[in-house]
Design a protein around this ligand. Structure first.
Ligand code: FAD
Ligand code: SF4
Length: 511
């Protein structure tokens, strides 16, 4: 064997760089399902199932194309349980001259594969991951010499470089950013006629996987009864097309809105397909740009959507790879609390959290504002250790892979990197959640109150957070408004809030 070509569970694309120049006469593809990938964090059943099913479908596709493939199944009796050990075994059996792969998304996985290559004294050829618009080298060059990293500059540079939403050197629509148009709520009437999400009934392969996951990972979080994620490229393309025609037009307007019992709204639900590489970021961005060109979707929606993929997705990847491995340990606010146990069950009387966690466990999905401003915000205000928060997010979402999850959680959500990723901590009181949806109406707490029996824990903890970090936050001009409001509280009010926050905290840790 000339090349043993490593294909990981999130590299499921026959166009990927690792497979370029593949010669079926002398090369072999290697794929392995190993328990470690589902147990290094307490991975939710939906997440395990989506990876295994997509891997098995991709393996079938490669075999149908006549590519020689060595594939270890999770339920193989002699499965060694880790990528490193399984790769070692394949190396011994096949005696390749070299290992080839597309650069993996995760730092941990890269170390494990490098260790296997070194142990067997084999060269490991890492090829650029062409699913992204940018390389990590380009990001590093952009970041060099900048005191602060900001999404906006990186995003604009990529728009110009790749000519996306550009017209004669100017941004289409006359401005780079339509964020202010993208913050509407559904008002009193709530969402009307939201198109049904594109879901896929399990085929034979998926049905097998669901049974396997239920058997093997019975104690893991979540349920599988609603499983409907795209697990093939063909399904992912159908989901993309449906999103572009049915949801994109209203995506921007309702990007930040929430509604009790409505998990899907106008979001694309494509993150998982993108992260597994069933879809190319370029084709998703292209499809959205085309929709604007033919008058199917307004610029505010299209720009907002493209900013998430061309902007944020590329930005967090750059942050991850330029900051690892130290990034994992960062804790700028010295937050030390444990994650409340009910994050794994949704068993809380806070209506917004119950809904967000409930649907997360049911579908492996929550949209961005639920992640940032409901589950993320509560953990931030409570002062949970960022590493515990990180483990939770990496476990529960079908789209969770560390390169994208970690900067979003530790950086954007928890301010654990002290402002590298986001210019200020995303903190708000319960009033923000009230404004963006209807959860507060059905809640035993009142977002306007910070003390007393009915005080909303978000509101109490918000003021408490500002007090606890006042000295640090004073250095940040973007926090001036919030600190000005804090300065209006007299000492008695402050003491009452502190007491209430402490009592709430005790209640959470006793559970
Ligand atoms: P849409 O709202 O339709 O957005 C379109 C696409 O843009 C997404 O599919 C995604 O690929 C991309 N995108 C949007 N926001 C971001 C972002 N902040 N960073 C990177 N890409 C983005 N995204 C993941 O893919 N995996 C994760 O593990 C993950 N963890 C997160 C943890 C926290 C605490 C937060 C605040 C965000 C996280 N995100 C993560 C980003 C974002 O919330 C999800 O990508 C999005 O909710 C997925 O749903 P969607 O496909 O319907 O997205
Ligand atoms: Fe959430 Fe507070 Fe509103 Fe209840 S009152 S739904 S806890 S924000």
């Amino acid at each position: 064997v000339r090349h043993l070509v490593i294909v990981l569970g999130d590299q499921l694309d026959e166009q990927s760089s690792a497979l370029q120049g593949f010669d079926a006469q002398q090369d072999v593809v290697w794929m392995a399902e190993v328990a470690e990938e589902s147990t290094h964090v307490w991975s939710a059943k939906q997440r395990i199932a989506v990876f295994l099913s997509a891997m098995r479908h991709f393996a079938q596709h490669l075999q149908a194309q006549g590519l020689p493939l060595v594939y270890t199944r999770l339920d193989d009796a002699d499965n060694l349980g880790t990528l490193q050990l399984e790769l070692g075994r394949a190396i011994k059996q096949l005696q390749p001259a070299a290992l080839v792969m597309t650069a993996p998304g995760d730092w941990r996985v890269l170390q494990a594969l490098r260790a296997a290559a070194a142990e067997h004294q084999l060269p490991l050829e890492l090829r650029d991951d062409t699913h992204f618009f940018s390389t990590v080298r380009e990001f590093a060059a952009h970041a060099q010499g900048r005191k602060q990293l900001r999404l906006e500059y990186w995003y604009r540079a990529l728009r110009q470089q790749h000519g996306i939403l550009m017209e004669g050197g100017e941004p289409v629509g006359g401005q780079w950013n339509f964020d202010v148009d993208n913050r509407e709520s559904f008002g009193k009437a709530g969402p009307q006629n939201v198109p049904a999400p594109t879901r896929f009934a399990p085929d034979a392969i998926t049905t097998d996987v669901l049974a396997l996951v239920n058997r093997r990972f019975a104690g893991h979080p979540g349920t599988l009864h609603s499983f409907g994620w795209p697990v093939t490229r063909e399904q992912a393309l159908r989901a993309l097309n449906a999103f572009i025609t049915e949801r994109l037009p209203l995506f921007g307007k309702y990007e930040d809105a929430m509604w009790q019992g409505e998990a899907w709204l106008y979001h694309s639900h494509l993150s998982c397909a993108l992260n597994l590489k069933l879809l190319q970021a370029r084709e998703v961005v292209q499809a959205a740009e085309d929709a604007h060109r033919v008058g199917l979707a307004p610029i505010a929606s299209v720009e907002g959507f493209i900013r998430q993929i061309l902007g944020w997705r590329e930005y967090v990847r750059g942050i991850y790879w330029t900051q690892m491995p130290d990034y994992l340990e960062r804790n700028a606010l010295d937050a030390q609390a444990d994650l409340p146990a009910w994050y794994w069950t949704g068993n809380t009387d806070m209506a917004c959290l119950k809904d967000a966690i409930g649907q997360t466990l049911e579908h492996g999905y929550a949209h961005h504002i639920q992640r940032l401003m409901v589950t993320g915000l509560y953990a931030l205000l409570l002062g949970v250790r960022p590493q515990a928060v990180h483990s939770w997010y990496l476990s529960v979402y079908v789209d969770a892979v560390e390169w994208v999850e970690l900067p979003n959680t530790l950086g954007m959500g928890q301010f654990g990197d002290g402002g590298l990723m986001a210019s200020k901590p995303y903190v708000a009181s319960g009033k923000y959640i009230q404004r963006m949806g209807n959860h507060c109406k059905g809640c035993r707490y009142d977002p306007a109150l910070s003390t007393g029996e009915a005080a909303c824990p978000y509101t109490t903890l918000y003021w408490d957070f500002l007090m606890r970090h006042e000295t640090l936050l004073k250095k940040n001009p973007r926090m001036a408004m919030q600190l000005k409001n804090l300065s209006r509280l007299d000492e008695a009010a402050r003491a009452a809030i502190r007491g209430q926050a402490e009592a709430h905290r005790q209640g959470q840790t006793l559970k």
